[in-house]
Design a protein around this ligand. Structure first.
Ligand code: AMP
Length: 321
């Protein structure tokens, strides 16, 4: 049986379905999660369908997860984890207490968890995969307009407005089909493109202070001391500035080091050339070939990552071109 049909078969078997996403959510994981919830609610009104995860007010324009799911609901429930490569990254540990787990994702499948998995690491986004799943099973499923909006928002988010290389002909075809539903694509595009005045000022800081090495490797440290004066609001995050160095012609790959509460550094790695997920893995992280994350315990590890990134870019053989 094809995986698309196998997933639908499992969904039909369970009365309760709980959908999880990853910690520190982004538009793709929220879009895929809430759209899947809304598709299933519209298609199977007799079932109890939930989406769970910590509330982030900055994403209220997309919709909200269900905050009132009690532990006992997990008994006999099917759990679907979307857009999450590794088990420790799943938001809400209760995902392990369901009767069965399905993983649907587009990251390299290095932590192959779940009773059933559908992982397409070439897909632009999990939202694109959810649309493809809907399309194959259309006779059994209903797509509400708002679910189409959410999937469109997820694709826009993970493709960097259809710009990153994972954007395929299928991605554009899916986006086109989604746009036939009743929602404003322009409103979604604006919501994902706009930044607050505080983030705009932080963006200026990034451009002013980015170090660009002769190889094309670039880096910037965003310590608490640097970020605090910008007065980022509750809906703001340093995430918005991570893609910015890629706009500079001489930058090939870059690292942004963001100080965490425990004073270690979260490393955000991006590339327009060589794969950087090996580097991320060597520092306790992982991710896609061109977008990865890891962590650095101190300045010595930050210096080491900069050195490794510099070497990686200097020795680039153009494998991702
Ligand atoms: P980020 O810079 O957090 O947006 O992450 C970029 C990509 O790298 C995401 O798709 C994540 O799946 C992955 N990633 C980030 N941090 C980690 C981590 N600590 N471990 C594994 N993968 C990560």
């Amino acid at each position: 049986m094809a995986i698309e049909a196998a997933i639908l078969e499992q969904i039909k078997k369970f009365k309760t379905i709980i959908i999880h996403r990853h910690q520190r959510p982004d538009p793709d994981c929220i879009g895929a999660q809430l759209a899947l919830r809304d598709i299933l609610r519209a298609s199977f009104p007799e079932k109890a369908i939930y989406a769970v995860g910590k509330h982030y007010p900055g994403f209220d324009w997309m919709g909200q997860a269900d905050q009132d799911v009690s532990d006992d609901v997990y008994q006999d429930a099917l759990v679907i984890v979307v857009d999450t490569a590794n088990q420790p990254r799943v938001d809400d540990e209760r995902w392990q207490t369901g009767a069965k787990v399905i993983k649907i994702d587009h990251h390299p499948n290095e932590d192959a968890f779940g009773d059933l998995q559908w992982v397409l690491d070439q897909a632009s986004s999990t939202s694109e995969i959810i649309y493809d799943w809907f399309a194959v099973n259309q006779t059994d499923l209903v797509m509400p307009d708002d679910a189409a909006r959410l999937l469109y928002a997820g694709i826009v988010g993970d493709t960097g407005r259809f710009m990153y290389p994972a954007t395929s002909a299928n991605t554009m075809a899916v986006a086109g089909k989604l746009m036939t539903y009743d929602f404003s694509a322009t409103t979604v595009n604006q919501a994902e493109d706009e930044v607050s005045p505080a983030v705009a000022k932080l963006s200026a800081y990034v451009y002013q202070n980015l170090t660009i090495l002769p190889s094309g490797a670039a880096y910037l440290k965003l310590s608490d001391e640097v970020v605090e004066p910008f007065g980022l609001g509750t809906g703001d995050s340093t995430s918005a500035v991570v893609p910015l160095p890629g706009k500079i012609t001489t930058v090939v790959a870059w690292a942004i080091f963001v100080e965490s509460k425990d004073h270690t550094y979260r490393i955000r790695l991006r590339s327009k050339g060589p794969s950087i997920n090996g580097l991320a893995k060597a520092h306790g992280g992982g991710g896609h070939a061109l977008a990865s994350g890891a962590s650095a315990k101190d300045q010595a590890e930050i210096d080491q990552v900069i050195h490794e990134l510099d070497e990686l870019v200097a020795n680039d053989k153009g494998e991702n071109e």
